[in-house]
Design a protein around this ligand. Structure first.
Ligand SMILES: Cc1cc2nc3c(=O)[nH]c(=O)nc-3n(C[C@H](O)[C@H](O)[C@H](O)COP(=O)(O)OP(=O)(O)OC[C@H]3O[C@@H](n4cnc5c(N)ncnc54)[C@H](O)[C@@H]3O)c2cc1C
Length: 427
């Protein structure tokens, strides 16, 4: 039987200890079978258990094996597409609901951490950094827009103020969101999994769903067992493959890479990010970074369309890090890894229902730490018969990538190359 371990990341190396979890063997019966133990699956499972459902989670590898255990750890509010774009593509009532929910995921994470005592190095404060005046203008209008929906923990930073929070000369200003912040992402997932189990939920690892028998009483099959359920939640995101062909057509797995330095020591760390906020810049192909609790710099950036694993990650990401922090030129890189997120053409999440009893949420296109936690709540609400907020997401229009399965990767890469050029020339 295949045993898929975590990738060799800083997070796997510093993960909290967890008990071994069983492989599904034989037949079990439950109310909800959740496919995938990332944040979407775990958040759904937790909200459902808190509302009296019986829940069984199937994970192909290990809890947090996917993006949820490999990401930059940045609690970034809102969606991968601005709310004004949403306002232009859906009706006012739907836009109102989506706008109101834009900062809820960050609150859910904090509630989870507090309620279940999750040790995941949670820190408040995230900065969007502007590289030019166009970015700054965008952040100013973004702040006005978010405030219109009641999200007010935001402070514009001028050139002098941003120097106080990031020792990088490249920025002309920024926006500080004190309801953003950062976490050790794998430890958050592991803590949520422990919370699921504390409420009576079961998680099977190394137990990939290989087939779904649809119908009034659906059954999810794994290599050695099956789960009979009233409902199924599909939460496999970029790692789902073709289990649900309807979902694969309108989304595309993409890779993004992260490096982690050796410990920098308190003094050096403080000179880089004195308030310990996380930072992402405003480019289309953006860089993101933060400190860990043991004072390493975690730096991510770049996108590989079609999710191929690059041969030398350090060679891709280190130059980006040195552009932001040339003072780190002699610092050793201890870890480098890649992970997949799921892109949709609109960059908005793909949410919906297949038949009466199969629900899904995926494709938050890069910014998903907060959205996936919200998704769990919204999916649980829908299963309880309160579908207003679920319908607001499910009503977002989605289109296949141009070029179909064969050509979508080069087409998307071409689009990204164009946006990369715009980033480079500050257009
Ligand atoms: C390198 C990287 C950096 C990122 N940085 C940030 C960041 O800083 N901030 C931010 O907001 N977002 C970030 N993201 C995005 C964010 O991590 C994701 O949007 C989010 O974690 C997705 O969660 P998920 O539960 O939907 O999917 P995943 O975490 O990918 O989980 C899906 C799970 O389903 C399992 N699975 C798949 N198929 C099956 C099957 N058939 N049967 C059983 N199990 C299955 C997989 O093994 C996996 O564990 C980043 C993503 C990556 C890859």
């Amino acid at each position: 039987m295949a045993n898929t371990p975590y990738p060799q990341s800083y997070y796997a190396a510093s993960a909290n200890a967890v008990p071994p979890r069983p492989v599904l063997q034989g037949e079990v019966e439950t109310d909800v079978c959740v496919i995938g133990a990332g944040y979407t699956g775990l958040s759904s499972a937790l909200f459902l258990l808190e509302n009296g459902f019986r829940v069984t989670v199937l994970e192909a590898a290990k809890v947090g094996f996917g993006a949820s255990g490999r990401n930059g750890g940045q609690i970034v509010n809102s969606y991968s597409r601005d709310i004004d774009v949403i306002e232009r593509s859906v009706g006012p009532q739907q836009a109102q609901l989506l706008g109101q929910m834009a900062f809820e995921g960050g609150r859910i994470i904090r509630e989870r951490v507090a309620k279940y005592q999750i040790q995941c190095d949670l820190k408040d404060g995230g900065v969007f950094a502007a590289l030019n005046s166009k970015h700054m203008g965008h952040l100013e209008s973004q702040k006005r827009l978010w405030e219109r929906y009641g999200h007010t923990q935001l402070e514009l930073l001028d050139e002098r103020r941003i120097r106080e929070v990031v020792a990088c000369d490249n920025y002309v200003g920024g926006l500080l969101d004190m309801s953003g912040g950062h976490i050790h992402p794998l430890n958050l997932a592991l803590g949520e999994a422990a919370a699921v189990e504390s409420l009576g939920g079961t998680i099977y690892e190394q137990s990939a769903a290989v087939r779904i028998e649809r119908g009034a009483n659906p059954v999810v099959h794994t290599a050695e067992g099956k789960v009979r359920a009233k409902f199924i939640i599909v939460a496999g995101n970029a790692y789902l493959g073709n289990l649900v062909p309807e979902l694969a057509a309108k989304s595309m797995p993409c890779g993004t890479q992260v490096i982690t330095t050796a410990p920098l020591g308190d003094e050096v760390a403080k000179t880089l990010l004195p308030q310990d906020y996380c930072v992402e810049d405003c480019n289309y192909l953006l860089d993101y970074y933060r400190l860990t609790s043991d004072k390493r710099l975690i730096f991510g950036g770049g996108v590989v369309y079609g999710a191929r694993d690059p041969a030398n990650i350090e060679a891709i990401i280190r130059p980006k890090m040195l552009k932001a922090f040339p003072q780190l030129k002699n610092v050793k890189i201890d870890y480098a890894w890649t992970g997949n997120f799921l892109l949709t053409l609109s960059r908005l999440p793909q949410v919906g229902r297949l038949g009466d009893n199969i629900y899904y949420s995926q494709g938050c296109s890069g910014h998903g730490v907060t959205y996936t936690h919200l998704a769990g709540k919204v999916l649980a609400e829908a299963l309880r018969g309160q579908a207003e907020r679920f319908d607001a997401f499910a009503g977002l229009p989605h289109y296949p990538f141009p070029g179909g399965q064969m050509l979508r990767t080069p087409f998307a890469a071409l689009g990204a190359w164009y946006y990369g050029l715009r980033d480079k020339f500050g257009m």
